[in-house]
Design a protein around this ligand. Structure first.
Ligand SMILES: Cc1cc2nc3c(=O)[nH]c(=O)nc-3n(C[C@H](O)[C@H](O)[C@H](O)COP(=O)(O)OP(=O)(O)OC[C@H]3O[C@@H](n4cnc5c(N)ncnc54)[C@H](O)[C@@H]3O)c2cc1C
Length: 313
């Protein structure tokens, strides 16, 4: 199924691997292989690859930092395009200074350094969230009371059939830690973000403050995880955060194979080395059923899973 696409990649000089291990590209370090792992050498090359992939209607998905996603243990029959790790494209401050255009494959932390240097405030909440701006937009990542839905104005995307076009924020259908790009098709190429004016030192100080807060409260970034595993229950339910509920059930330190509920933060499931997708699913079910039985809340997964036929769920 993938041979013609692989031949096209070869002709275009796009780097890729067949039957490639996916785990080294994911924060969780969980997953088997994927049919084709494409690692474009530049943002321009990525754009061409994503357009072609959509035009060929092959099963495929794009991942950024791989910090919110887990793949199954077997062989995923799909094309995975890595949208990170190439030479970064400098962000562009739009005339008038009210917005900035940034490549969806840009990593959050270097982008924030650029924001500080260029007086772009309002995005500091991304400090310490691993991954790319595209991934953050797709999952509506957030912290410290703000999320991408508060700052995103629009995007350039590859849509159905490979057509490149612009969408505005309304087309994202943002919800808590969700947008239509999280589980749906469509690849983000560039994002347009709102800029609040700010002084370089104040922006840098806020970034540092957020990073320090995270260092105190979260498990080490050296542990393999995908951040908060479950969504917090809706505030309207009047319930505590997912982490608090899991902790109340005495589940800190619970294990399934090499997966464990982190001692430092009960909503982080960590892979202690060599963990499998089966381990992860067992621990997920154990936590979900314990919390449902004791607290009457059915926790919803925040982390994305991929099926063996390359669909996100
Ligand atoms: C230690 C740690 C701390 C974390 N803290 C937070 C936090 O505070 N708040 C928070 O919200 N999250 C947090 N996370 C989760 C995760 O880092 C964020 O959700 C992050 O924004 C995901 O970005 P990514 O590039 O890694 O996305 P990936 O995991 O690579 O992908 C996530 C989704 O985005 C899609 N996607 C990625 N790039 C594109 C693109 N260019 N076009 C279309 N779709 C795309 C993927 O297909 C997938 O559906 C944390 C994770 C870790 C490991």
């Amino acid at each position: 199924m993938f041979a013609p696409f692989a031949a096209w990649l070869r002709r275009e000089g796009v780097p890729f691997q067949e039957d490639a291990a996916i785990a080294p590209h994911l924060y969780f370090r969980i997953g088997g292989t994927v049919s084709l792992l494409v690692t474009p050498a530049s943002a321009a090359q990525r754009r061409g690859v994503l357009a072609r992939l959509a035009a060929d209607r092959l099963p495929g998905l794009v991942i950024g930092g791989g910090s919110n996603i887990a793949f199954p243990d077997g062989r995923v029959r799909a094309v995975v395009v890595l949208a990170a790790g190439e030479e970064p494209v400098p962000p562009v401050l739009l005339p008038g200074g009210e917005a900035v255009d940034v490549d969806a494959g840009a990593r959050n932390q270097p982008f924030l350094a650029w924001c500080a240097a260029n007086g772009v405030a309002g995005l500091e909440f991304l400090s310490g969230i691993p991954g790319t701006l595209g991934g953050a937009a797709a999952v509506n990542a957030g912290a410290f009371g703000r999320s991408m839905a508060d700052v995103l104005l629009g995007a350039e995307i590859v849509g159905e059939g490979g057509a490149v076009g612009r969408v505005d924020a309304g087309d994202f259908a943002f919800r808590y830690r969700d947008s239509r790009f999280k589980l749906g098709d469509g690849a983000l190429l560039t994002l347009r973000l709102r800029r609040d004016p700010g002084a370089a030192e104040a922006i840098a100080a806020k970034v540092r403050e957020h990073l320090e807060y995270r260092a105190r409260r979260h498990p080490s970034y050296r542990l393999a995880s995908a951040g908060c595993f479950f969504k917090n229950p809706p505030a309207t339910a009047g319930k505590a955060s997912a982490g608090r509920l899991i902790e109340e059930c005495g589940l800190k330190g619970a294990v399934a194979g090499a997966l464990a509920v982190a001692e430092e933060h009960a909503n982080f499931l960590v892979n202690r080395g060599g963990g499998t997708f089966a381990d992860l699913q067992r621990l997920e079910e154990e936590v979900r059923s314990a919390v449902a039985a004791r607290c009457g809340v059915v926790l919803e997964r925040e982390v994305i899973y991929v099926s063996l036929d390359g669909r996100k769920y």
